[in-house]
Design a protein around this ligand. Structure first.
Ligand code: KG4
Ligand code: ZN
Length: 343
């Protein structure tokens, strides 16, 4: 079965073709980052308008790369939420229109389910059950994943998401938007242990996180130091060390509390090299294995949506899926309310 994935929940237009026997055939992505960086963050109206411009050309490109024809597609998977309502509507309306025109089903996929299942696209892939550390610009969660649609929230941030903390701190250091990758690059020139920042909620006894205080601590530190490249690099490293230590410790606690030995890291912050190194080292000494989706599947992409659609179809083999011309989007959507199968 050939599934077309459409991701338009935020500032990336992602399109992919996933075949249930041949695997991922193609995926294309257009990032709006350059457009939004001028404003220091995502401007929702501009995001929607740009998705409109990109989706159809990207679908054509994905079909060309996969050497497939439009009529060969058996199902559409589009991101139904959570995300920016206007941006979601673009992907959902194109998904529904194609479903109606081609007489094939359209499945509304939860964006975070896409992130949670994306490690299964890589080799070696984890097997169920696993713990997922979901760290993106909008989310910081530890989830227990027992199977498709079986997700249990173990802990989450009580304020800023990890990616948001990276972005806000990067902005304080004058690094532009989104600044996670730039901050991590700057931190490579930092001297270790010159500054020590707090480890928020490290000993809170639960699996929740809090990152907004860290950003304030960075601001205080910046104001006390001379504004030099070296000082900024040292602060960037201190910030990264603090956030990485908290993410690592809580992930290890989630593994030991559940007795699960596989950890999957998903979302944009999962691209952070120090986080990867730290998690892998600590997990190995605790007898656990860490899985990372390839970098291009860590950040938002269409492949994870096409793949989640394929898993959903396979989880309900007896269901008769109908083509549709109507659609809804869900700007807010609790992942735990998803069901294991849509039968
Ligand atoms: O998953 P994602 O592409 O988008 C959503 O938020 O859904 O994640 C984007 C986030 C941004 O906050 C970005 O700064 C952060 O991931 N990020 C990083 C790195 N690369 C991207 N944060 C830390 N280190 C990185 N190397
Ligand atoms: Zn995302």
């Amino acid at each position: 079965m050939l599934i077309l994935g459409i991701e338009t929940s935020c500032d990336e237009t992602g399109i992919a073709l996933f075949d249930t026997t041949r695997g991922l055939l193609s995926h294309t992505l257009y990032s709006q980052i350059a457009m939004h960086s001028e404003y220091g963050g995502v401007v929702p109206e501009l995001a929607s308008r740009d998705h409109i411009r990109r989706v159809l050309p990207l679908i054509k490109q994905a079909l060309r790369t996969a050497q497939c024809q439009l009529h060969e597609i058996n199902a559409i998977a589009y991101t139904q939420g959570p995300g920016l309502a206007g941006a979601l509507l673009v992907g959902a309306s194109i998904g529904a229109a194609l479903s109606f025109a081609l007489s094939i089903p359209a499945l509304g996929i939860h964006h975070l389910e896409g992130h949670l299942l994306s490690p299964l696209l890589s080799t070696p892939a984890p097997s169920f059950p696993f713990i997922a550390l979901l760290v993106s610009g909008g989310h910081t969660q530890l989830m227990q994943v027992d199977g498709v649609g079986q997700y249990k929230l173990l802990g989450e941030t009580v304020d800023d998401a990890a990616g948001e903390a990276f972005d806000k701190t990067a902005k304080l250091l004058g690094l532009g938007y989104p600044g996670g990758a730039a901050l991590s690059k700057l931190a490579q020139q930092g001297q270790p242990n010159r500054f020590k920042l707090p480890r928020p909620m490290l000993n809170s006894g639960d699996l929740n996180f809090s990152f907004s205080g860290l950003k304030t601590a960075v601001l205080t530190l910046i104001n006390k130091q001379e504004s030099t490249q070296q000082n900024h690099a040292d602060i960037a490293l201190a910030f990264q060390q603090a956030i990485v230590e908290v993410l690592t410790q809580k992930s290890l606690s989630a593994l030991s509390q559940t007795g699960i030995t596989q950890l999957v890291v998903a979302g944009g912050v999962g691209a952070n090299a120090q986080l990867r190194q730290n998690l892998s080292n600590k997990a190995a000494s605790n007898g656990a294995t860490v899985f990372y989706p390839e970098l291009e599947f860590c950040t938002d992409n269409g492949a994870m949506i096409a793949f989640a659609g394929a898993m959903r179809l396979q989880a309900a083999p007896h269901k008769t899926w109908q083509p549709t011309s109507s659609f809804t989007v869900r700007a807010r959507w609790n992942l735990e309310t998803l069901k294991a199968s849509s039968d």
